[in-house]
Design a protein around this ligand. Structure first.
Ligand code: PEP
Ligand code: MG
Length: 758
């Protein structure tokens, strides 16, 4: 029996011929099973495809009753075929009927077969079906035969994934192309409909079978050498930020790329007759199938690294030199970028006019890439498990940045529902745009100035588009965070000047560098800290390393020559910190004056109120500063001791709680008494219900993300500020331990027909 076996090379050669024949996919599959049966001298060869409903359907057979094709199905987990699908591992038995999983299907006439070899049809580690051979005699299939069958399974996997086999007679759409739904965390509001662009696209291997194995080995070795060299260059040049990666990820790459076991497995796969690309795919698919069943999060994380690395090796093989560079040009019109993780600079590399959305496997709402996504106004969802494995380049996909959902290959119903939503949102936007030039005055005549939070060049057009009263918070650190090296004074100046130009005389409040904590500059080496949020950050860093702060202040003073300059300092915790910072500004100002440089026409200095210690120094502080700005994000974080970046706790307490509202009311009252302007620039001001409450406790200036201006303005035009104040005063004073006033505020708004839910 063994002597008659043609060997894997003969099988693979024949397979290549069959793949080149101009026949339908079903016919090709029929020919493949005949070919395998003949080559392996097996009485039976069958292909089962996993369907949307989870069943395995017989798609082709040689040897079993052909009438059973598209009629026989097994549940996943049922019988030996189900076992192979479940375990994603080959099953090789000489006495199949003795196996406890054996299940008899009378319509196939299987009872006479003793030996069974089944291999999973895998793609990207996902099981798409099962390929089986059977013999009447009791025999054990050789390793070589298993290999050959696995290679054939790769070819069939490609046929399934390409959709060629979909809609066969009696068949269902196989699992590889079915609609998929995933839930993550909303990072940037909006709804994006479009087509997938994989940030690090998986290279689709089409050519599996080698013509010349020695040549394939040489190609593999060359690509491996290039890959290793490109990783070394990235690490050595410190280009970590530009690649959007962190050093430890690259170090992991370097380790895996040099791993002998990986290299050996790739070589062995080529020696079975595969092309170099197919060998990479095979080794990775096996690894993935093995590791996906791991529950250890560390190992699963390593799988991501290995996936990335395999993909980069494939890119080296298909387009040498491109191993580490994502494709950012030639985007489709409605591009939805899908990535495992991404740095903010990488997102900015894409052509903004074609971007509609972003889906990440990682990413929290306060991550830098989320900040950039919001600035670009594209829908984004993060923490979507296996997002990049769920889709193929070009797949239709919907990103719901409101609910945090992602629909891949959506059904027509879902697509229609979302198209309606998008139309509805567009109408709303139209209404908001119509309000742009309406003064933002409450029904009872109180002016509430609505300002923008900004930080990047891409934010600037929003000043005119939204009709904002100015920029209430310009986060200067964003320029530093998206750069690959420390921005020079000239670049800083240029940005600040552009901001003032875009504001066109409207006030702009620049905040000095707020780095440290979660705002990390990849090119600045910092000591690791146990509690970075409470660590060496923002003004602390600025005062301890005054050169950095001085350079920035100088750039701001230069940029604002002949115009008004408003400057504020982040994370100030004591009056003396403000005094020291002011001294630096005054010294720089005096220096410029001494050298005859043109100066800002006015200079106002302020402080962010975001560390609770300041609450008890407000009287003294307000005498010294020109204005204050409440950073409710950090104030909430520090007052309630909840990490704003930790999804597990960040929503635990409601900013609309009496405790927090009392704190905010206290700050507003102090500022009013001192006759100093106060703005609130944290996220809570961006939500209409919260904005209404803030108006009720005395705020008349709110600064928010561009998309929030319209909804907040629409609500405040309908609000009677005095009525809200009167309604809220007793609620805030309440001492019954209520956790939140949200329901009461909602009822209040609903009774007056206020549009306060976005
Ligand atoms: C805040 O803390 O509320 C704030 C506006 O600043 P950031 O979000 O940049 O820390
Ligand atoms: Mg802050």
């Amino acid at each position: 029996m063994r002597g008659a076996y043609g060997g894997p090379r003969v099988l693979l050669r024949r397979l290549r011929e069959v793949m080149a024949e101009p026949v339908s996919a079903q016919e090709r599959l029929d020919r493949i099973v005949v070919l395998i049966a003949a080559n392996m001298v097996a009485e039976v060869c069958s292909v089962y495809v996993l369907r949307v409903d989870g069943d395995l359907e017989l798609y082709a057979t040689e040897g079993l009753n052909r009438e059973a094709v598209h009629r026989t199905t097994m549940h996943k987990g049922e019988g030996l075929v189900g076992l192979v699908a479940d375990e994603a591992e080959p099953v090789n038995l000489s006495d199949a009927q003795a196996h406890p999983a054996f299940s008899y299907k009378p319509e196939t006439g299987e009872e006479v077969y003793h030996s069974f070899l089944g291999v999973p049809i895998l793609r990207s580690g996902n099981t798409l079906g099962v390929l089986v051979v059977q013999n009447k005699s009791q025999r054990k299939y050789s390793d070589e035969e298993i290999e050959a069958l696995q290679t054939t399974a790769m070819v069939i996997a490609e046929m399934i994934a390409s959709g060629e086999l979909a809609g066969q007679e009696g068949g269902f759409e196989p699992v590889g192309r079915r609609p998929a739904h995933a839930r993550g965390v909303a990072l940037s509001e909006g709804i994006g409909l479009g087509h997938v662009v994989l940030h690090e696209p998986r290279v689709v291997v089409k050519n599996f079978i080698a013509e010349d194995s020695a040549a394939e080995l040489a190609r593999l070795d060359k690509a491996l050498a290039n890959l290793r060299a490109s990783i070394d260059v990235l690490i050595d040049e410190g280009e970590v930020a530009r690649a959007g990666e962190h050093r430890d990820v690259l170090e992991a790459f370097r380790m895996f790329a040099n791993d002998r076991g990986w290299g050996r497995r790739l070589h062995e796969a080529v020696l079975t007759g595969l092309t170099a690309e197919a060998a990479v795919e095979r080794v990775q698919s096996d690894t993935r199938a093995r590791m996906q069943r791991q529950t250890d999060p560390y190992l699963r994380e390593r799988l991501h690294d290995l996936d990335d690395l395999a993909n980069r090796l494939l890119r080296e093989l298909t387009s040498p030199g491109k191993g580490m560079a994502p494709q950012t040009t030639h985007l489709p019109d409605n591009a939805i970028i899908v990535a495992r993780s991404m740095g903010p600079a990488a997102l900015l590399d894409y052509d903004r006019s074609r971007l509609r959305g972003l889906v990440l496997e990682e990413g929290s709402p306060s991550s830098h890439v989320a900040i950039v996504a919001r600035a670009l106004g594209i829908a984004a969802v993060g923490q979507v498990e296996n997002a990049a494995g769920l889709v193929e380049s070009g797949d239709a996909v919907i990103v719901d940045g409101v609910s945090g959902e992602v629909h891949a290959r959506p059904t027509a119903d879902v697509e229609r529902a979302y198209a309606d939503k998008v139309r509805f949102r567009a109408r709303r936007q139209e209404q908001y745009r119509a309000l742009r030039d309406r003064p933002s005055i409450t029904r009872d005549g109180e002016t509430v100035s609505l300002m923008l939070n900004a930080g990047l060049l891409v934010d600037l057009p929003h000043i005119a588009e939204t009709g904002a009263a100015g920029v209430g918070l310009f986060r200067t650190e964003l320029q530093f965070m998206v750069a690959s090296s420390m921005p020079r004074t000239a670049a800083q100046q240029q940005l600040y000047r552009a901001v003032l130009d875009a504001a066109d005389g409207k006030p702009v409040t620049f905040r000095t560098l707020d780095v440290g904590g979660d705002k990390i500059l990849p090119y600045m080496r910092n000591e690791p800290e146990e509690n970075p949020a409470l660590g060496w950050r923002a003004i602390r860093l600025g005062l301890d390393r005054p050169a950095l702060l001085r350079t920035q202040i100088r750039a701001l003073l230069y940029a604002a020559a002949g115009r008004d300059l408003k400057l504020m300092f982040p994370m100030v915790a004591s009056i003396s910190e403000f005094d020291e910072a002011r001294e630096i500004v005054e010294r720089e100002h005096a220096r410029l004056a001494r050298h005859g440089h043109p100066l800002p026409s006015s200079l106002q200095l302020g402080v962010m109120v975001e560390v609770p210690s300041l609450l008890f120094q407000l009287d003294e502080l307000l005498q010294r500063v020109d204005f204050i700005s409440v950073g409710s994000n950090d104030l909430m974080q520090f007052l309630f001791a909840v990490d704003r970046g930790n999804a597990r706790v960040s929503g635990r307490f409601d900013p609309l709680s009496p405790a927090f509202l009392r704190t905010l009311a206290f700050v507003a009252a102090k500022a009013k008494a001192a006759g100093k302007p106060v703005t609130l620039c944290g996220e809570i001001g961006a939500r209409p219900l919260e904005a209404m409450a803030l108006i009720g406790i005395g705020y008349r200036s709110l600064s928010m993300s561009p998309a929030a201006i319209g909804p907040v303005k629409a609500a405040l035009l309908e609000v009677d500020a005095h009525e809200v104040s009167a309604f809220m005063a007793p609620l805030i004073a309440r001492t019954d331990g209520g956790r939140t006033l949200r329901p009461e505020l909602r009822d209040f708004a609903a009774a007056r027909g206020l549009q306060v839910e976005p």
